[in-house]
Design a protein around this ligand. Sequence first.
Ligand SMILES: *Cc1c(COP(=O)(O)O)cnc(C)c1O
Length: 360
Amino acid sequence: MERVYNFAAGPAVMPEEVLRRAAEEMLNYRGSGMSVMEMSHRSAAYQDIFDHTVGLFRQLMEIPENYAVLLLQGGATGQFAAVPMNLLHGSADYVDSGHFAHAAMLEAMKYGTVRCAASTREDGYCRVPAQNEIRADSRADYLYICTNNTIYGTSYSYVPESGVPIVADMSSNILSSPCDVRRYGAILAGAQKNIGPAGLTVVIVRRDLLGYARDTTPAVLNWTVMDEKGSMLNTPPTYAIYMAGLCLEWLRDQGGVQAIYARNCRKAALLYSYLDQSRLFHGKAEQGSRSLMNVTFTTGDKELDDAFVRGAAEHGLCALKGHRVAGGMRASIYNAMPEEGVRKLVDFMTRFEENTRKHR
Ligand SMILES: *Cc1c(COP(=O)(O)O)cnc(C)c1O
């Protein structure tokens, strides 16, 4: 059975080398006589795996000492509630730049006063707001942004400034390009896009923001408690953490974030430059807001879009259907998508365009 090029938005493609390594270590992890899945999370062998994964996060993202790295569960969606429970006391500002930013804002409203500081909802989320459109309150507890809007294929080319801590959902672009962690109060990310398998949620939080969770915060969502317990108040997602460690080793061996960023730029440029000259397909995100990770496009004709998605799948180019709320197509080209996959996609789009023109 041939492996396909998987353009799914998440869970998503993982490096083949990582999957092979996991398969080799599946039954007997490095002489332990058992699978990582079978290990006690309190064992020394497992603690080594855990510490190794956290260490790789710190190394690859250059996370300063005054930030805690928490490995949690509940997904980015769980953190939509955790963020206000840990940080919101007066009011918080949210930038509504897409589906998940909007969901995070609605969730936070359950816990306190939330202001929408900017929104591109009226524009169908085809772009992110510019800095001068964000009306941030200097007394807010934090400003919340989603750095990459997975469904609409948009992202920021700048880090919004507001004078208050920035909380950023980086689920779909963490580790894809250089990121100065010091510009953020807290970063959250579900693992299943650009880190590893589903089940793991990473939170990176500046330590001076710990200690303020409201009393009713569930312990598993309480960053302070989880930091004190080394993320092991209860059983962590042990296997997902091990797999994330293998993926981060792979990323390190590729040359780290700077090297993968250069490759990600080449991959995205291949697709966008094709879209810009195509007379059949067009990109959906505005030029200045284009995502490096999720490329959204359409022919403008639903039946033709469906035919394209089906035809591509027959050629081993899978999961190109856009999210149901956005329609059209979406190619998610995370770190683990090889350049060859993107070249194959552009070749197929070219042939599809030629054939469509012939039949018109
Ligand atoms: C996928 C995604 C989410 C939802 O993540 P879950 O882990 O399913 O809760 C939230 N935000 C962004 C930006 C995403 O891409």
